[in-house]
Design a protein around this ligand. Structure first.
Ligand code: SF4
Length: 266
């Protein structure tokens, strides 16, 4: 509540796309924000604990053994959009094969935990797991998209509607790709899709082409999160979405493979 009060009273309001807590931290710096939060809650805050993140990351997609001998199955929700019918079916699967529990991941995917071995095989044969696969192509596996224009007034492009077909088409063309690839889309500079932390990131914008305003993106590459985070670099600006499939395929085929290969030899 103290953080919310600080943001409510002190957060930037000049432009709607800067009305985010992140921009207040950016403007003030961590020390000043911390002091303001401490003042708002009337006590000093505990210092940060030890960073528990390791060099390896997991997206929880696939089938994994739990410590108690049961398993969990992580499935991809392509583009992070699940229908009510799919969600009801996920609930049925969780009740039938698991303990009725479902978890959401930070990458917009789902986990069904607590599945015993006899149910595991049947679960993986369920039709829903063709739509929400536990063994997706790599291109689809690391794909994250912000809410976009349907539910966000700030969106400059229709991220969900544009990104998913483009990514599915790319996944079909690069079906034999084995290297991980994280592609994140944000519909505006607020960056809810964390495009600066992906191998390839897209930031929505508008551009004028032949006197017509069209949807476009700035392209970022080379970002990463984790214990040694690094923001990506913007390498292209104002790429119309109509031109993007070609650009995307080039980047997906060449740049991240080299980056991953370098990372493994370091
Ligand atoms: S990044 Fe996407 S969800 Fe976030 S404010 Fe921009 S358009 Fe909205």
């Amino acid at each position: 509540a103290a953080i919310v009060r600080v943001f409510r009273d002190q957060g930037p309001r000049e432009a709607r796309n800067r009305s985010r807590f992140a921009f207040l931290v950016d403007d003030w710096g961590v020390a000043r924000v911390r002091a303001a939060v401490e003042e708002a809650c009337g006590r000093s805050l505990e210092p940060a604990g030890e960073d528990a993140r390791g060099p390896n990351r997991t997206d929880h997609i696939g089938i994994y053994r739990q410590k108690d001998g049961r398993s969990f199955v992580g499935v991809v929700v392509p583009g992070g959009r699940v229908t009510a019918v799919q969600l009801a079916e996920v609930a049925r699967l969780a009740e039938t094969y698991g303990s009725g529990e479902v978890r959401f991941t930070t990458e917009q995917n789902l986990i069904i935990p607590n599945i015993s071995d006899p149910g595991l095989r049947e679960l993986t044969q369920e039709p829903l797991l063709k739509e929400l696969p536990y063994n997706p192509p790599e291109i689809l596996r690391g794909f994250v998209v912000c809410t976009g224009i349907d539910f966000c007034d700030l969106a400059l492009i229709d991220t969900k509607a544009r990104a998913l077909p483009m990514t599915r088409a790319l996944a079909a063309r690069l079906a034999d790709r084995k290297e991980p690839l994280r592609m994140h889309w944000s519909g505006c500079p607020a960056g809810c899709g964390n495009h600066q932390l992906a191998d390839i990131g897209f930031e929505g914008t508008k551009v004028r082409v032949n006197n017509k305003v069209v949807e476009a993106v700035d392209v970022w590459v080379g970002g990463r999160s984790g214990p040694e985070p690094r923001p990506g670099q913007r390498i292209m600006e104002n790429v119309p979405l109509s031109d993007l499939p070609e650009v995307l395929e080039y980047l997906a085929r060449f740049f991240p493979k080299q980056r991953v290969a370098r990372a493994r030899t370091q």
